[in-house]
Write a protein that binds this ligand. Structure first.
Ligand SMILES: *[C@@H]1O[C@H](CO)[C@@H](O)[C@H](O)[C@H]1NC(C)=O
Ligand SMILES: *[C@@H]1O[C@H](CO)[C@@H](O)[C@H](O)[C@H]1NC(C)=O
Ligand SMILES: *[C@@H]1O[C@H](CO)[C@@H](O)[C@H](O)[C@H]1NC(C)=O
Ligand SMILES: *[C@@H]1O[C@H](CO)[C@@H](O)[C@H](O)[C@H]1NC(C)=O
Ligand SMILES: *[C@@H]1O[C@H](CO)[C@@H](O)[C@H](O)[C@H]1NC(C)=O
Length: 434
């Protein structure tokens, strides 16, 4: 009978672990983080937290935007640990030069992705005549195809492609989340929350209250250990409305020209809200920079962004601010540590090797560049010789191994339980009556 009780206990604890509310007991780092807004989710004092600024680029990545990108990511801009600032690029296929993608990757910027075509999945945002809402198959094709594009054309191993953002922030019934889990992405960065609720990154293990989310669909099921790096609406000082993004001017004053000064103040105001010890409490400041928007009014827009980055990286009062890629920030969220220990935090380390962007980016696979060192070339060679059939083989094995684990426990628990019940029944019937 003791055994039976033990197994009841096991069954109970299984059910308990599956309980529906995210708490500090059932949700533990590094694979689970409850959603928290306008509060500090760590055990550290707020002033000991780093403020992350996540520069995330979307849009057409090609030589037309190379100069603005190079000036934004100028290696003279350094984080407090003396390493150059880094950023994240969400790559789609059309008008993308993969040679440039490769250079950015070599210079330790993160290559993440969006859907291949970058069309609008949910609403017809460009008034196309033949627009149709994406089906599950469309989503699957778009994501699968873009992963292949990056692996083959930029020669970046798929294990480096960790993040995803839905095109035009159009979430449709969380279809992309199923695929992100299937393809083993580490995070999504698509959910847009109201400016009044500055959220910290969280995982989707437990139901999330999406009342303050602008573009979310209701939470339908858990995605274990899949992180969300939310975006937030932007406020203009003293205005009553919010803008969806930096590139949205709907909350900016209509009676003034949108000069570099005005945009710089817009950036600083929203930065201060995130880093404020009373409002955002150093919630990460995730800035979506639309490359098309940037290239349209280059003088003012670029100038404002550069002034913002330059001011913060050079200012002694902002030695707590780190401009990093989401991939790097994610390591901190899994294994948080105080500011004083950031200098030795390995994901933020760097070497001072910088690759030039000057090689010809013709849009084809031109890998010839004197600046590529041996290591780089051997990395590419090993990728090229990798056989596609072998790749998919190991992929399947990996995925299956992950799936088998939880169901394996369940199956073993069930058969042991059944055998015990039968054992107890037989014992009861034939041996205890005497
Ligand atoms: C980077 O910054 C330095 C110093 O401000 C400047 O001389 C250089 O031209 C900049 N490089 C680019 C590519 O903008
Ligand atoms: C979600 O949050 C809002 C306020 O932030 C609250 O009013 C609402 O009751 C919450 N919904 C659930 C289901 O908890
Ligand atoms: C904001 O709202 C307040 C009252 O709710 C109003 O007095 C003020 O004029 C509004 N400001 C703008 C810029 O619309
Ligand atoms: C691919 O697998 C075959 C056997 O299935 C093996 O002989 C070959 O060396 C593998 N190729 C690579 C690049 O690993
Ligand atoms: C690569 O796969 C093909 C079959 O798709 C096979 O014929 C070839 O031998 C493989 N190459 C290596 C190096 O394993």
């Amino acid at each position: 009978m003791l055994f039976l009780q033990f197994f009841w206990f096991l069954i109970f604890s299984f059910t308990f672990c599956r309980s529906e509310i995210c708490t500090a007991e059932n949700c533990l780092l590094p694979s689970c983080q409850c959603p928290v807004s306008n509060a500090n989710p760590t055990t550290f004092d707020v002033i000991e937290l780093p403020q992350f600024v996540l520069l995330t680029f979307v849009g057409n990545l090609n030589k037309n935007v190379l100069d603005p990108i190079r000036s934004i990511l100028n290696t003279t801009y350094r984080n407090p640990n003396k390493c150059p600032i880094s950023s994240t690029f969400f790559i789609h296929d059309l008008h993308t030069e993969y040679c440039l993608v490769q250079r950015l990757f070599d210079n330790h910027h993160e290559i993440a992705m969006t859907a291949s075509s970058n069309k609008c999945p949910l609403t017809n945002c460009y008034n196309e005549n033949d627009w149709v809402r994406w089906t599950n198959e469309d989503w699957q094709h778009e994501i699968e195809q873009q992963r292949i594009n990056i692996v083959h054309q930029a020669q970046i191993d798929q294990s480096h492609i960790k993040g995803f953002r839905v095109p035009h922030l159009q979430i449709d019934q969380n279809r992309h989340l199923d695929l992100l889990q299937k393809f083993q992405f580490h995070y999504d960065s698509s959910m847009l929350f109201k400016a009044s609720k500055l959220m910290w990154p969280f995982t989707l293990n437990y139901p999330v209250n999406f009342t303050n989310c602008v573009n979310c669909d209701t939470w339908a099921k858990p995605y274990e250990a899949l992180w969300q790096f939310p975006l937030h609406e932007w406020n203009y000082p003293k205005a009553n409305t919010s803008c969806r993004a930096l590139s949205d001017s709907s909350c900016l004053p209509t009676d003034k020209p949108h000069t570099a000064d005005l945009l710089y103040n817009f950036l600083m105001h929203n930065f201060r809200r995130h880093s404020s010890l009373s409002i955002g409490r150093r919630a990460p400041f995730n800035i979506q920079i639309d490359l098309t928007w940037l290239s349209q009014n280059k003088q003012t827009r670029l100038q404002a962004l550069i002034r913002f980055i330059e001011f913060i990286t050079k200012s002694p009062d902002h030695r707590y601010v780190y401009f990093v890629s989401i991939e790097k920030a994610l390591e901190w969220f899994k294994y948080p540590r105080v500011l004083n220990e950031m200098r030795d935090f390995w994901p933020f380390n760097c070497n001072d090797k910088i690759y030039g962007y000057n090689s010809v980016c013709s849009g084809t696979n031109s890998n010839d560049d004197e600046q590529e060192d041996k290591e780089e070339i051997s990395r590419i060679e090993s990728l090229k010789s990798g056989n596609k059939t072998n790749q998919t083989e190991t992929e399947n094995i990996d995925r299956q191994a992950e799936k088998l684990f939880p169901s394996g426990i369940a199956i073993h628990a069930t058969w042991i339980f059944v055998v015990l019940i039968i054992g107890v029944y037989i014992y009861d019937k034939y041996f205890t009556k005497k």
